[in-house]
Design a binder for this molecule. Structure first.
Ligand code: NAI
Ligand code: MG
Length: 792
């Protein structure tokens, strides 16, 4: 063999270590002991815990464990800073964000090295992915701050935001939270994860250096208890959390009824689907990025490989070959692919989970070769021979472990992909763009990557469906999550009438049109009238106490039937928006024919002239017919050869518990936006005056409404709301009723983390024209970003 061939045979990497000298001297300059950053100054260190380098166990610094008093002080500082910060012209706030972005770029290497020694991630990633994206987020949001007034008219910041972040992308998660919050004019108290506080503390130094007004950004370090103190603090207006689904659910329950804004970015078990016509070598490289980036400690990791059966053997062989070439070792070495796990406890967690999976029948492949004996290192692993029920398939492993399964048809791929409680991301590999774009909308996940994976950008929203949480970070949606309509900011007990105008009645109904007395109305489920499961009815009384009819007394069983019917009608979501609009127009038209009868029915139940309410209901149906094909997505232009299509999708099955008053409009004003966006609905009409909606069945039946899109269950609102809140087949729930009922709905919704909207005991005047706008459309939908690469 000649010499060159020999070299190629034995070729190995020499060590290429990045120096940690500057990071160490920064730590030394702080005496390796940190207090909190509150009101623009460092507090004296309190009770501390150690931050260590997981690659070698060395002690890096002592971090203060934030107490309730520390959290109080930080929230007070943020509150005091809020009026001046939010009053600054957006351009001025934009200049601060720009200055932060510049400063991060200037100190990019220091940040990258500090991140790597604290977290264990390869320097290649912190240097080339994490830190550049951090700078990009601040630049991008400098622009949002500048254009806030024109882009979000009549919107105001929440106030003080409590932000809690995990350890897998410490500075990047800080940027995702702080940049939009500040752009919108909020002030923040941020708690980094206990394993990785250091880059947040360096960031505090940067805030100081750019002269950010004191109190605008406060960093309180600590463990879960410190986070909980922030969540429960009465003077915090919004909580933004990224972390485990388990803690996300605790926070949902803890904030129930508080009126705090909430966004949750939680776990995932994202499918990575490879079709037989994919470019297999690219798909293998994508897979490396999907599951071995950051040691697999990525919420959107492509951790479930679904490969088409015809290419399974070939593809798995390629994956194994590639795995054997992954280099595990010192994260500061520039040619290392897989660094250290964040902490020994995570290594233990993963080993336990693997044992369980193997006991349940899984086969595990690990490549030959050694990993460093010291430090939190794990080998990459490929798990096969698993059924969907195996723990390794069902649970988020959060480590370098890939689980593989196969499928035969595209339908089966979608079914397997969606067979998870999570819905954060999904990847589709196919050279057939028609197939890929057919699959993308069918995947229940907030981000879809076509022929690529783990792409992120500040202009493109990120966040999950189902138990992966709600709310988006990045893009317009992400900005919107830190703002609220001005009128919502200072809600007072009493009537909510944002724009204060009333719809003019077109003339009073003829009392002779009054409907016959004493009917018994049934439920309306799956397009059929159904008797209540309980066998009992509830009387409906006129204001003078006389009986004017009866309706069924709905129970859990009726709700379950209605949810089943609503799920079966999910085709409504993919019915063309134009067709949905036609049906809404038809509903309006058919209600218009019967306006006198409906007005009289309102009067019989409430004693008030119903003419204006019927008129407003007809207008509302028209308004949302008009919206159906206009509340639309966007195409983003991230700085790589890809476009991201931000698609607006319905939540799915939406429960609606209508208010007691406004018997017709109260239901129609909520129903119309829900169905216009493609949701199917289980509607509980006013308990006191349900007959307007039981009359409405006939309008539904004469308007070509597909069966199961609108299901109606009469009965006691709070009891039915509880069943809806606890039902995992319900994706969203709107409740109009008491403050206690609202708190109950929020608390009972944690099972599948459905999105809720409640009236918190306030009396919304749904006739207000504000509610004919896009207010409820945003709440009826979620954004899915589909990344589509280009280039031949
Ligand atoms: P975690 O959810 O406990 O930690 C995330 C953050 O929440 C940390 O800052 C922590 O101090 C804080 N926290 C903990 N309990 C809290 C409470 N009751 N109230 C307020 N804040 C609280 O996650 P952990 O324990 O570090 O990791 C466990 C597992 O969670 C991982 O193995 C992984 O599966 C998952 N995880 C998922 C993440 C994601 O981005 N999807 C990020 C981190 C963890
Ligand atoms: Mg550490």
């Amino acid at each position: 063999m000649n010499k060159i061939a020999q070299i190629f045979d034995t070729l190995d990497y020499g060590p290429a270590p990045e120096s940690a000298e500057q990071a160490n001297s920064w730590l030394d300059s702080k005496n390796r002991k940190f207090g909190h950053f509150i009101d623009g100054a460092w507090t004296a260190p309190g009770k501390t815990f150690a931050s260590t380098n997981p690659a070698n166990g060395t002690h890096l610094a002592d971090i203060s464990n934030g107490t309730t008093a520390d959290v109080d002080a930080a929230v007070a500082a943020a509150r005091a800073a809020f009026p001046a910060w939010s009053a600054l012209p957006g351009y001025q706030r934009g200049r601060y964000l720009y200055a932060i972005a510049r400063m991060i770029q200037k100190h990019a290497r220091l940040f990258a090295v500090l991140e790597t020694i604290d977290n264990g991630k390869p320097i290649r990633e912190s240097r080339d992915a994490d830190i550049p994206l951090v700078a990009r987020h601040f630049y991008h949001h400098a622009g949002w701050a500048t254009h806030l007034a024109s882009q979000f008219p009549d919107h105001v910041p929440y106030g003080v935001c409590g932000q809690i972040i995990p350890w897998n992308f410490p500075l990047l998660m800080l940027a995702w939270k702080i940049a939009p919050a500040l752009a919108a004019g909020n002030t923040v108290v941020l708690k980094p994860a206990e394993f990785t506080s250091l880059t947040a503390l360096l960031f505090a130094d940067i805030c100081d250096r750019v002269g950010l007004p004191k109190g605008v950004v406060n960093i309180v370090t600590g463990e879960g208890d410190t986070g909980a103190a922030l969540v429960n603090h009465p003077d915090v207006d919004k909580i933004a959390f990224t972390g485990s689904t388990e803690v996300g659910k605790i926070i949902r329950a803890a904030t129930a009824g508080s009126g705090k804004g909430l966004s949750l970015e939680l776990g995932g078990k994202s499918p990575y689907i490879v079709f037989e016509d994919a470019d297999l070598d690219s798909a293998v490289e994508g897979l490396v990025e999907a599951i071995w980036f950051n040691q697999g400690q990525v919420c959107c990791a492509g951790s479930r490989l679904l490969v088409q059966e015809s290419i399974e053997e070939r593809f798995i062989a390629k994956v194994r070959t590639r795995m054997a070439n992954l280099r595990v070792g010192d994260p500061l070495d520039k040619s290392v692919d897989i660094g250290a796990m964040v902490a020994p406890v995570q290594v233990e967690r993963i080993r336990d989970l693997m044992k369980r999976g193997v006991a349940e029948g899984a086969h595990v492949y690990e490549p030959d070769g050694e990993v460093p004996a010291q430090g939190c290192f794990l080998k990459p692993a490929l798990v096969t021979n698993v059924s969907p029920a195996n723990s390794l398939v069902a649970e988020e492993i959060f480590g370098p472990i890939l689980v593989a399964m196969s499928f035969r048809t595209p339908e089966e791929a979608v079914q397997l992909a969606n067979n998870t409680r999570y819905g954060l991301a999904a990847t589709v590999w196919s050279e057939n763009i028609n197939l890929a774009l057919d699959i993308a909308p069918k995947l229940k996940a907030g981000v879809i990557w076509i022929n690529g994976t783990n792409q992120f950008d500040a202009a493109v929203g990120f966040g999950g469906y189902k138990e992966s949480g709600f709310g988006r970070e990045g893009g317009r949606e992400g900005m919107g999550a830190y703002l609220k309509p001005k009128w919502e900011k200072h809600l007072q007990p009493g009537v909510v009438r944002p724009h204060g105008e009333l719809v003019e009645p077109r003339g009073r109904a003829n009392p002779l049109d009054a409907v016959p007395l004493d009917q018994t109305a049934k439920m309306y489920i799956g397009g059929k009238q159904a008797r209540p499961d309980s066998g009992y009815n509830r009387p409906v009384l006129a204001p003078d106490g006389t009986s004017i009819g009866e309706v069924g007394d709905g129970n859990r069983k009726d709700i379950r039937n209605a949810v089943e019917a609503a799920r079966a009608a999910s085709g409504w979501a993919t019915t063309a928006a134009h067709s949905r609009a036609q049906i809404l127009y038809f509903l309006a038209e058919n209600l218009d024919y019967r306006r006198a009868e409906f007005a009289a029915r309102i009067e019989a139940q409430t004693g008030e002239d119903g003419t204006a309410e019927v008129e407003a209901s007809i207008e509302r149906l028209f308004a949302f017919a008009g919206w159906a094909d206009k509340y639309d997505g966007a195409v983003h232009n991230p700085p790589m050869r890809a476009v991201a299509a931000a698609m607006i999708e319905p939540l799915g099955v939406l429960g609606i518990v209508a208010p007691e008053r406004q018997p017709l409009l109260g239901s129609i004003a909520l129903l119309a936006p829900a169905i216009a966006m493609g949701n199917t609905v289980v509607l509980v009409p006013s308990a006191r005056a349900p007959l307007s909606i039981t009359d409405f069945y006939q309008v539904l039946e004469t308007s070509d409404m597909p069966f199961g899109v609108v299901n109606i269950v009469t009965g006691e609102g709070v009891a039915l709301a509880k069943t809806l809140a606890e039902h995992d087949g319900v994706d969203g729930l709107w409740f109009m009723g008491s403050a206690e009922g609202s708190a109950m709905v929020e608390k009972s919704s944690t099972g599948n983390l459905k999105q809720t909207w409640t009236s918190r005991g306030l009396d919304y005047d749904l006739a207000d024209p504000c509610f004919a706008g896009d207010y409820f459309l945003g709440k009826a939908t979620q954004v899915k970003n589909v990344w589509i690469p280009y280039g031949a």
